[in-house]
Design a protein around this ligand. Structure first.
Ligand code: E4P
Length: 222
């Protein structure tokens, strides 16, 4: 399962990119809004920084304008993936884009039925929003499992991107469900590496090593 960062913050992207595990980035209008910078500048900086897929979201509500916007976003770089919402207009614009070979990510997906539509228009990625399904007192992980099973059964090539992940167990369970990609905010990404036994184990190793060096130093000095 590939790991993506769900952010528009270039410092967060640069930091996680240094770990060597970052395969892509997802952005959305709310994440771009938080940066308070020109969206085009933000997207282009991310596209240049990341050696992998970067999702840029359309904002036009009508299909024709969304299609034009999608073409413009796709032209920014080879690794630009155009996000369209799961709406009738998003399907129409998305289908036109996929027909022309533009890779799209169908976003705001909350049910297996919607995921089938995304696959049928030839989407490159489908993004079910697990955390937001949980927020609505339903089971986001169950929806993800169903989507993965349907895609497997039907032989759909659309990649399943588990989105709106809120904690490390969402990531682990998404991998178990068979998701192709998991996207998560910076704070969830940094939690993946943490374990209290790693911290105490390293503390002990460092202490013993320093003590040994001290002892050897004393012997040499004697
Ligand atoms: C994915 O592409 C979305 O940007 C994202 O995962 C939404 O997550 P949220 O529900 O935490 O805003």
């Amino acid at each position: 399962m590939r790991l993506f960062l769900d952010t528009a913050n270039i410092d967060e992207i640069r930091e996680i990119n240094r770990w060597g595990v970052l395969s892509g980035v997802t952005t959305n209008p709310s994440l771009i809004f938080k940066e308070e910078l020109d969206p085009e500048q933000v997207w282009k900086e991310i596209l240049a920084e990341v050696d992998g897929d970067v999702s840029l979201e359309t904002t036009e509500p009508e299909a024709a304008a969304m299609y034009e916007e999608g073409k413009r976003l796709a032209s920014y770089a080879e690794n630009a993936i155009v996000k369209v919402p799961m709406t009738p207009a998003g399907l129409e614009a998305g289908r036109r884009l996929t027909n022309e070979g533009t890779r799209i990510n169908v976003t705001l997906v909350f049910s297996p039925a919607q995921a089938i539509l995304a696959a049928e228009i030839g989407a490159y990625i489908v993004s079910p929003f697990l955390g937001r399904i949980d927020d609505a007192a339903a089971d986001g992980m169950h929806a993800l499992r169903q989507i993965c099973e349907i895609y497997e059964t039907q032989g759909y090539e659309t990649q399943v991107l588990a989105a709106s992940l809120r904690h490390p167990m969402h990531v682990v369970e998404s991998a178990l469900a068979g998701a192709d990609i998991a996207t998560m905010p910076y704070d969830v990404f940094t939690k993946l590496v943490k374990h209290p036994l790693t911290d105490t184990g390293l503390e002990r190793f460092t202490k013993d090593w320093d003590e040994l060096k001290g002892k050897l130093g004393k012997k040499e000095g004697a």
